[in-house]
Unconditional design. Structure first.
Length: 175
């Protein structure tokens, strides 16, 4: 993996790994009922659990990249991350959440395309996947609209994936 200087800039957002004091926003995001209802419901953790998660996911795990999504007022509005598939090299499993109060402003699309460009063209990923809940129609529609292919037999979720070549053919000129 190449070294990178943060942040990664999109049209409406920028991405960077969180600082330890930004766990407060992550806690707000994960405990927000409206934000989390489409992904299994809110998460209620102790401070120790959040601190342990931060050390594991942000500080000490080269198989993951976790970033906060910021608007241009420097306010965190969501998260995006990948976890490397333990069985396949150069394949990442996505996570994307925009806090409910900031949705429908184009942030999810911008964050996803910006993150995909970074993963495909800086980290040399070949495939990005996501398992979206069947009830999460908004995310399903976004991913399909952006060009992810749906493979119904790969998972008991709404499985989507996109490869590097397709991304660069469709979006390469934007970056």
């Amino acid at each position: 993996m190449k070294q990178h200087t943060w942040p990664v800039q999109g049209e409406k957002i920028y991405l960077r790994p969180p600082c330890e004091n930004e766990i407060t926003f992550i806690k707000t995001l994960w405990e927000d009922v409206d934000t989390m209802k489409a992904v299994g419901g809110p998460i209620q953790w102790t401070k120790v659990q959040y601190d342990n998660w931060y050390q594991k996911m942000v500080v000490n795990n080269p198989s993951n990249l976790y970033c906060l999504i910021f608007d241009f007022y420097h306010q965190p509005i969501g998260e995006i991350s990948y976890r490397l598939n333990p069985r396949l090299t150069q394949v990442g499993e996505l996570n994307l959440k925009i806090i409910a109060s900031q949705r429908k402003r184009g942030y999810a699309k911008d964050a996803l395309l910006t993150f995909l460009n970074f993963c495909f063209n800086h980290l040399d990923f070949q495939i990005m996947t996501d398992e979206i809940g069947f009830d999460n129609r908004v995310s399903q529609e976004l991913f399909i609209k952006l060009g992810f292919k749906h493979y119904p037999k790969k998972s008991n979720h709404f499985w989507v994936e996109m490869d590097k070549n397709y991304f660069n053919e469709r979006y390469g000129k934007q970056f």
